[in-house]
Design a protein around this ligand. Structure first.
Ligand SMILES: O=C1C[C@@H](O)[C@H](O)[C@@H](O)C1=O
Ligand SMILES: [Co+2]
Length: 298
């Protein structure tokens, strides 16, 4: 299905230690995490809060295990803080990733986001940007795209539950309101399905703009429980709403087929945050690796 060297496979450290809830996997070391990623058959990783920030130290630890850095999350506050504050932090993050050899920078707008709040109901209280916020957001994002381009990198925007860019309509507004040369899209299967969107429609429509992929599966019964009981994003994660590809409701075969037919090049990052005390991250990394092999030949 995929040609040789078309796609590289990474896994995010969030299954081992969750940066959104550091008590999940707080006891797991950086070395255990990256060793298990490599043992499970992955060649890349995103960056977690236990990763050394000294690029020489990080490169050595990764190189020993045959791993590269695919990207790392950046929280922007374009709708709630002066642009310069976001730009300054963004440039530090960009330079770190550039030094690590990454080509894309994952950006998410966190102004008014409820994703980090433990008891705010996810579906009822998700933020909706005002027109003024949309304008600050779209303009600021393009300016971050210009800063990324200075280093030959791309901004890949992460649509996300509990933020102002979650639904199909919001993704459309983002895509229509930004220059494709400056702003690309990160495609995260788990967030789209959890939100109730048609993930294949979004994939088909914005294929040309998708330059990074997060592979996340959803447990349908837990997603239903989150909605019914007006739970927060973080309680949903603790409850097990997300899991690795092949362990939930999503059929990844058409996802892989569409990406392969379109000639997608870049990283696939397995990202399945759940409680590591319940779902052993090494075991689940292995399950994901096997499922991806079976479904895509990768
Ligand atoms: O890419 C991601 C990074 C996490 O911090 C986030 O909450 C998770 O759900 C995600 O998709
Ligand atoms: Co993601």
């Amino acid at each position: 299905m995929f040609k040789e060297n078309q796609v590289k496979l990474a896994i995010a450290p969030i299954g081992w230690t969750n940066d959104d809830m550091p008590d999940l996997g707080g006891d797991v070391t950086f070395e255990q995490c990256i060793s298990e990623m490599a043992l499970a058959g992955f060649t890349g990783s995103e960056v977690g809060n236990k990763y050394p920030r000294d690029t020489a130290v990080l490169k050595k630890a990764l190189h020993l295990r045959g791993l590269e850095i695919a990207s790392a999350w950046f929280s922007a506050f374009l709708t709630s803080k002066p642009f310069e504050e976001t730009a300054e932090a963004f440039m530090r993050h960009r330079d770190f990733l550039h030094e690590m050899g990454a080509k894309v920078i994952v950006v998410s707008e966190q102004g008014n986001s409820i994703q980090g709040q433990m008891s705010t109901p996810l579906f009822e209280e998700k933020p909706v940007f005002t027109e003024e916020e949309w304008s600050l957001f779209l303009d600021g994002l393009e300016r971050l795209g210009d800063l990324a381009a200075e280093k030959g990198m791309k901004v890949v925007y992460h649509h996300h539950m509990g933020t102002g860019v979650q639904t199909t309509e919001e993704i459309a507004k983002l895509m229509e309101g930004t220059d494709p040369a400056k702003v690309s899209l990160l495609y995260d299967t788990g967030h789209l399905v959890f939100s109730g969107e048609d993930h294949l429609e979004v994939l088909t429509k914005y294929m040309d703009r998708i330059h990074h992929v997060h592979l996340k599966d959803v447990r349908a019964d837990v997603a239903e429980k989150v909605k019914e009981n007006k739970m927060s994003f973080l309680s949903g994660v603790k409850e097990g709403v997300f899991t690795v590809p092949g362990d939930g409701q999503i059929d990844f075969k058409p996802v892989f087929e569409l990406l392969s037919e379109a000639g997608y090049e870049g990283w696939f990052v397995v990202e399945a945050e759940q409680d590591p005390a319940v779902a052993n991250p090494f075991e689940y990394a292995g399950k994901a690796r096997q499922y991806i092999r079976e479904m895509s030949g990768l």
